[in-house]
Design a protein around this ligand. Structure first.
Ligand code: ADP
Length: 259
């Protein structure tokens, strides 16, 4: 609990710092992008067009990075809606499969009884993609990735360990058979810009985005990792109030089977 609290405070401080920088960068990038747009309209010389386009691509990459930073620092307002996490994952499955490549087997375990969550769908998908990319990168020689959803009830102690109120949660886990991480790496992975990947390959912002998304959604994230065996990243998100008039999705026995 003490550790979780310390970790949360550290992340809060880092978030404050990076959030301010990211916010300013975002404003600057908006000016750059707008001006480049104006320039392309007037450019005649194909060489100029090429230069402008290359600058536009760089600005877009910069915008993506600041987006992840903003997500981490929770400066980016989310638009949460009630979603069945399984449906979100299935809707995004082809993108995830493409990210895995040919060497990796992707399995989905999405039990029907999994409850609904209130999340910003695009941020949820970014988080999932970031987790899949990390899993893939941890398995250069191939392997398998499992995405699993399920319900979890957190009692007082378990909840406190994750710095959450006790209650009903949905767990969304991504498990790989990759290199795994030592505890000293696990401790730092959510820090923005922390990466062990080669320059140009990793930005160190993937798990920062995931962290920001999960905490801003009222949840928590846990990592189980064993060097040489693999890693399981578990996102815990508050389950929607049961009932569930909005979904009718909660009742295992009454819900018709899906094909
Ligand atoms: P990046 O992927 O750009 O390095 P992340 O924040 O997503 O940034 O990840 C930070 C670091 O955490 C990675 O460089 C890697 O060392 C470690 N990591 C994350 N996920 C995994 C995983 N599934 N298996 C092994 N190491 C991982």
């Amino acid at each position: 609990t003490q550790l979780a609290l310390f970790q949360a405070q550290k992340m809060e401080a880092v978030g404050q710092l990076t959030g301010g920088v990211a916010h300013d960068f975002n404003n600057l990038l908006t000016i750059i992008v707008n001006n480049l747009d104006l320039l392309t309209r007037n450019a005649r010389d194909p060489r100029d067009v090429k230069l402008i386009e290359s600058a536009q691509r760089a600005a877009e990459r910069g915008a993506k990075l600041t987006q992840q930073l903003l997500a981490f620092s929770r400066r980016q307002p989310l638009q949460p809606d009630a979603h069945n996490p399984n449906t979100l994952i299935e809707g995004f499955e082809s993108v995830l499969r493409r990210a895995c490549g040919e060497m990796i087997r992707l399995q989905l375990s999405l039990p029907q009884r999994t409850r609904w969550v209130s999340v910003d769908a695009p941020q949820f998908e970014s988080a999932l993609l970031n987790l899949i990319v990390n899993a893939r990168d941890a398995m250069p020689k191939g392997g398998s990735i499992k995405i699993m959803t399920g319900n979890a009830t957190l009692g007082e102690q378990e909840a406190a360990a994750s710095n959450l109120p006790p209650g009903q949660y949905v767990s969304i886990a991504v498990q790989d058979t990759g290199t795994g991480m030592t505890p000293d790496i696990v401790e730092r992975v959510f820090e923005p810009f922390f990466t062990t990947k080669e320059i140009g390959k990793g930005t160190g912002l993937g798990l920062s985005q995931v962290y920001g998304f999960v905490t801003q959604s009222g949840g928590a994230i846990k990592i189980d990792s064993t060097p040489g065996q693999g890693t399981k990243v578990i996102m815990l998100l508050p389950a929607q109030e049961s009932g569930d008039e909005a979904s009718g999705e909660d009742d295992e026995t009454e819900r018709p089977a899906r094909d």
